[in-house]
Design a protein around this ligand. Sequence first.
Ligand SMILES: [Zn+2]
Length: 466
Amino acid sequence: MTGPEQDYCVVHIGLDDIDLYQFGCTTHAATYLIHELSKLLHIHLLDYLNLVRLNPSIPWKTRGNGAVAIRIAIPCRYIDNIAELTQRIIDDYYAKLCKHLGIDIAEPHVNPGIVIALNPLPPIYGHIYTKALTDVVLPEVVLDKLMKNSNTLLVERYRGRGIVGAAAAIGWVLHFSDYTYELITYRSKYRYLEPRCVDESSVYLFNDTTRYTFNNIDIETNRILVTPHGFDPVLYGVRGDDVFELIKALEMIKVCEPISAWTIFRSNQGTDAHIVERSVNELRSYRTARLRLRILGKPIVIPKGHVIVRAGDSTGVIDLVFFKPSKLDTVAKKLQIGDEVVVHGHAKPWAHEVCFHVEKIIVVKQTRTYICKPPRCPLCGCRLTKKGFGKGYKCLCCGRSFMNIELECHIDYRENLKKLFMPPPSEQKHLIKPLNRYGREHKEHLPLKEIPLDTVTKIVEPLLFL
Ligand SMILES: [Zn+2]
């Protein structure tokens, strides 16, 4: 990109784990960062901020396991300063947040990660994204790879575990995969400890009048799903496929507390991006997968109502676990030996073995089952009785015995299960593609091109934002 006076260079800034105990939020820090950068440099924003969700099964993940990437063009002569500038702005972010909350942040930041990559993006970023989304990644390994990469700038103070998410968020763009958007609004810093004040009926109205939004409400439990419950600065977030519909939330959703800022993110949320084809012998703890399996055992209901079903493919056998809150236990109980299913989910360690936690199930083939009973006595017409294994049948009316007799069987017309079953919206993790997005997938990423900053993010009340 060239300007009249100066050349521009494309820079990708990845951030993860930029929060402070249960306060703060990486998306909030990213919003602060982009506005501060735009005050210091003449920047061109090349994409909505990217909110990239990573492997949801990792036990040591941050809440929601979401990292952020910012993609901008800056005057090339500032390339040597961009790492230092970013560090200074994030230092400020922490300092202000700590001061406001009255927390002394003497202890070093262990986990936050910042990674800066220059165009052309090295393919290694794409690999880190895939691995961090579907598997387990060691921060030391990522750090080592990034330090050897000449197109990467690291920030001295922020190279904790968060560098995995930061690098992965940058790499998402190399995958040209399906995406959605989320509009996130932020609270006043004076209200972090107060309950959120959002008018529920206006959320219902927003839900009813928008076509391409999802998971605003859990119809079954009548709960609104747009507000989080922690002390983080998010007031509400609405997700969907159409930016212009999401923007309407700012007017339609009625709030009784100030919105200090808002940002629109492009995201891999709601796309099933974490699901990769695997076979049973490829499963390891915390790997995500789609498996095609044959049911090998009868469903077993364990305490708390969870259901376990043994299944397998040509490479091995695994226990599928269906948790009661997912409501998938209902279909699990109806499975029969011989049925064929496709399951989405992830492997988890369980009593020295690995089991598979199911988050979606598609029954692709139902085995035909029969219900059989002994025939009637050919002599007197009474129903015969089984004498015992291998001993034939006896008529209790006339006393005759019969061997090798043909049973009376009819097909057991089971309920048709051949469809997709998924948990209610309140139980769906960020990455799960909701039902109303099927058929609505974006086939490819948009090329990076300039978007006016004030259409992507706005600080409405600077004094309340941070
Ligand atoms: Zn008889």
